[in-house]
Ligand binder design. Structure first.
Ligand SMILES: [Zn+2]
Length: 878
């Protein structure tokens, strides 16, 4: 239903309007009780305020320290397994799984799990005791996992025979079943009552959206909107609260009537609670690793948050200054089961008493992961998420239709700022391909012309000049063209990652790759550094563009880190327009085959031990300590479509005994990278040093379970294409506002045609997407690859200026730029969510758009918080 003129229309609970309410921020030790969100879940979280020193992360204000303490038993009516739950699941094989899930939910009552009290240990990994339910969820998850693996196996063989997902016959049958279910529900007195209560809540909140007398009388000028409404229980007197933000008047899309039409009240409750539970799990992992979690979502989950000033992380005037390294702490580090443990002293090491940091627990992780895995195949949740996502898309279309001109008007009256001079960050780009093909060609020709007789390599003790290199390849650089250079991806690389990887070799010659695109070679990576610096200079000249290039650490030897730091400092690669991310290729199997590594654990140790040492004793690792100031995160890269037969669980061999030549699966890599980054971040935080974000490539191809792993472990992901295939995950990524760096041009050459790319759809629904280039050398034609990416997206999808500026704003938010830089580029209050956090003079994003996004997210989240109040509703219906 559409109304006009109309005040703000969503449902931020009054008590939770945190960002602008200073009073409650002073409240400390506020204990909140959250009910176990998933029916039949074992762990009931009790949440507590942390101190303001906790929870700071790079460029992001503090989040609450969530500590667990003994929980209360909250009974919930067991849910009956119904026929249609199973039918809703896709495919034959799912039936039994869903049945098991349902019977499991109905059989086991809630169990309280006591967790270590917050007073004892301020920041520990909350270990769960494994209950019978968890065990069953885990078994179910394993089956889901196995099924996905089987599908992967048979995909190629069967792809010719698969029926499109939106098969009309199937849809009709599903609708029929829905109808039957609703009819059955209507007959039940109990559910009718419950339904009525939900309706009362929703319509109550709607009544708050009714325009006041003044609104009707006054002229349609920018009148201040009232704040998003609070879902109140009957009896409470609703009072409109003044808006926390000023937004020009616009037309809001609201739905009146049912609590959530289209699914039964039981399904809704179950789905909403499970989703809330999943979000709580993510929040837990995010908090432990100093990753980001949106405060709006946290508020709806019932976690109040503290507003504290983020770290001041001013960069030194001399970016290569090696002085002022903090003193040695004298801690010792040992790897156990693939995770580095820190010990205060030798004595503590002997006693096996590690320094107090949160160390992850694989069993707990497996249980958490199982819950999400079980959730993505749960019928009612799938239906619910699918409907909400459809609604979000339609809602945006309506918003666009009604308010496009008002948004445009806002932008037109915004002085100085336009799409060209808003800040954009290339959030996903590989350093080895950060220059375009023409740039590389020019550089090769230039070096040949200016220094042909320079010694550039050494082979078996024989020094080789640049001229000799080209002579041995039988080529004259003068004749080289971009075509003969052959680094550009094209038709031949589609679904052929192997062919794509070889595109990194100019003229197909790995000698040239070693010489021009590597940091370790006879020249100490000088040519590569020069090219990267030329790219950086172009960014500096363009003034408004930034990038986050990935440099590789392979884990072959612990010497890689000091080598990379030396390369960075000696070649003076620093640029204020670049922040560095370290990519770890998932190629253990190759190193193992070449006998470079004894086990996977050794690889992890080579990757992480030098970082721990540089953190504990920066004095002795000055270069690495300095380099780490400019590193903001870690990436995990490789072809996701090659799959492993191994299923990751707590029964998997630990990394130190993973000695086989088989490559560990994606989720195994992700867990161990996350675990070590988490410990490292906590150690660094304790020292007041910068922390790292985990930003893996995920969901580009391969199994859907990759996105489940990243949901727990990643701060943000690159690609995320496969979210298209799972409504539950897509909706969760929306609710948790997990940033996704998308590269449609790269996908177009590798995995998915441009026209089928979900970026536009994701953007419309409100997922936190940014545009990035991935590999300009392989995919782009112009000098400004990022602008090329924006331009093509704008043309193909007819994106408005506001859309483009929203993507650009997202890119700055999800980047590893410092708090100060973000304040400068987005506005003082950028870390607040909604229109309050937007400074249109800097971002050129219409306040109307910001309000729409914020209120929409609040509305979706209010469905979850309403369901979590269902105990109150039960009380009311009796
Ligand atoms: Zn990439």
């Amino acid at each position: 239903m559409l109304r006009r003129p109309q005040p703000a229309a969503s449902d931020v609970p009054e008590s939770r309007q945190a960002p602008w309410d200073c009073d409650f921020l002073r409240e400390q030790a506020y204990v909140l009780l959250i009910c176990g969100a998933l029916c039949g879940s074992s762990d009931n979280y009790v949440l507590k305020w942390g101190s303001p020193e906790d929870g700071l992360m790079p460029g992001i204000p503090s989040e609450t320290n969530l500590a667990a303490s003994p929980a209360r038993v909250l009974p919930t009516a067991p849910q009956a397994a119904t026929e249609s739950y199973t039918e809703l699941l896709a495919g034959e094989g799912d039936k039994s799984l869903a049945n098991q899930y349902m019977s499991m939910l109905s059989s086991e009552p809630f169990k309280a799990i006591s967790m270590k009290s917050a007073a004892e240990m301020p920041r520990q990994f909350p270990k769960l005791n494994i209950s019978e339910v968890d065990e069953q969820v885990r078994l179910l998850a394993e089956k889901v996992f196995a099924k996905v693996l089987r599908e992967e196996d048979s995909k190629d063989a069967l792809s010719l025979f698969t029926v499109p997902e939106d098969c009309p016959i199937g849809q009709k049958e599903a609708k029929e079943r829905e109808l039957q279910k609703e009819l059955a529900e209507q007959k039940s007195l109990e559910t009718a009552k419950r339904k009525k209560s939900f309706k009362m809540i929703r319509s109550q909140s709607l009544s708050l959206q009714m325009p006041t007398q003044q609104d009707w009388k006054g002229p349609p000028t920018a009148s201040p909107a009232i704040s998003p409404a609070t879902p109140v229980l009957p009896g409470a007197t609703p009072l409109p609260v003044p808006a926390p933000y000023a937004v020009p008047e616009f037309q809001r899309v609201t739905i009146s009537g049912d609590y959530c039409a289209g699914i039964t009240v039981e399904d809704y409750e179950q789905a909403a609670k499970s989703l809330a539970k999943a979000l709580m799990i993510r929040e837990k992992y995010a908090r432990l690793a100093y990753h980001r979690f949106p405060r709006t979502t946290a508020q709806y989950l019932g976690h109040r948050r503290l507003d504290t000033t983020p770290l001041e992380e001013g960069l030194p005037e001399d970016p290569y200054c090696l002085e002022n390294a903090p003193p040695n702490l004298g801690y010792l580090v040992r790897m156990q089961g693939g995770i580095l443990y820190v010990y205060d002293s030798k004595k503590m090491l002997e006693r096996q008493e590690p320094h107090s940091l949160p160390y992850p627990d694989l069993e707990t992780y497996t249980v958490d992961m199982s819950h999400i895995l079980a959730l993505i195949t749960d019928g009612p949740t799938k239906t619910y998420c699918h409907r909400r996502l459809n609604f979000l898309e339609s809602k945006f279309s309506l918003h666009e239709m009604l308010n496009e001109m008002s948004e445009f008007k806002e932008l037109k009256s915004n002085p100085h700022r336009d799409f060209y001079n808003v800040r954009k960050v290339d959030t996903h780009i590989h350093a080895a391909a950060c220059m375009n093909q023409k740039h590389l060609l020019r550089f090769i020709k230039h070096t040949y012309q200016t220094e042909p007789d320079r010694t550039v390599a050494e082979k078996r003790g024989r020094k080789i000049t640049l001229r000799q290199v080209f002579d041995s390849l039988h080529m004259d650089p003068y004749d080289l063209t971009v075509d003969s250079l052959d680094v550009h991806a094209g038709r031949q690389t589609f679904h052929r990652f192997d062919k794509f990887n070889s595109k990194y070799n100019p003229v197909g010659a790995s000698e040239l790759r070693d010489l021009y695109l590597k940091t370790e070679n006879y020249l100490g990576g000088e040519y590569f550094a020069r090219m990267v610096k030329e790219v950086a200079r172009e960014l500096e000249e363009s003034k408004y563009q930034y990038s986050e290039p990935r440099l590789s650490i392979y884990g072959r030897s612990p010497e890689e880190w000091p080598g990379l730091a030396r390369w960075f400092i000696q070649n003076k690669v620093y640029s204020p327009h670049m922040r560095w991310v370290i990519q770890v290729p998932r190629i253990y199997d190759i190193f193992r085959l070449k006998k470079l590594l004894p086990s996977f654990g050794k690889m992890l140790e080579n990757i992480f031990l030098p970082l721990f040492e540089a953190t504990i004793n920066p004095q002795d690792h000055r270069e690495l300590h300095l380099f780490l100031k400019y590193v903001t995160g870690f990436d995990s890269v490789d072809d996701e479509s090659k799959h492993s037969d191994h299923m990751f669980s707590d029964k998997s061999p630990s990394p130190d005994v993973w000695t086989s030549e088989q490559n560990p699966p994606y989720s195994y890599y992700l867990y161990y990278m996350y675990a070590n980054i988490m410990v490292l971040n906590n150690l660094r935080r304790e020292r007041g040093l910068s922390t790292f974000l985990f930003r893996p490539h995920c969901g580009e191809a391969g199994s859907i379970t990759h996105l489940v792993s990243a949901f727990l472990t990643a701060d943000n992901i690159s690609h995320g294409l496969l979210l298209k295939k799972s409504p539950v995950l897509q909706y969760l990524y929306y609710l948790a506002q997990i940033p996704i760096a998308m590269s449609p041009l790269s996908n177009n050459s590798l995995f998915l045609e441009y026209s089928k790319n979900p970026l536009r759809e994701f953007l419309h629904k409100g997922l936190h997407v940014s545009l990035s280039t991935d590999d300009p050398m392989q995919f782009h034609y112009t000098k400004e690859a990022l602008m090329e990416e924006y331009a093509i997206a704008a043309q193909v999808w007819k994106l408005s200026t506001c859309d483009l500026c929203e993507i650009a704003r997202n890119s700055v938010l999800q980047s590893g730029l410092s708090h100060q830089e973000k304040q400068k580029f987005l506005g003082q209050n950028y870390y607040k969510e909604g229109p309050e956090g937007n400074d249109i003079r800097k971002t050129n994003v219409a306040q109307i758009r910001m309000a729409f996004r914020y209120e929409t997210l609040c509305n979706e989240l209010s469905f979850l918080s309403d369901a979590m109040k269902s105990e109150e509703i039960t009380a009311l219906t009796n």
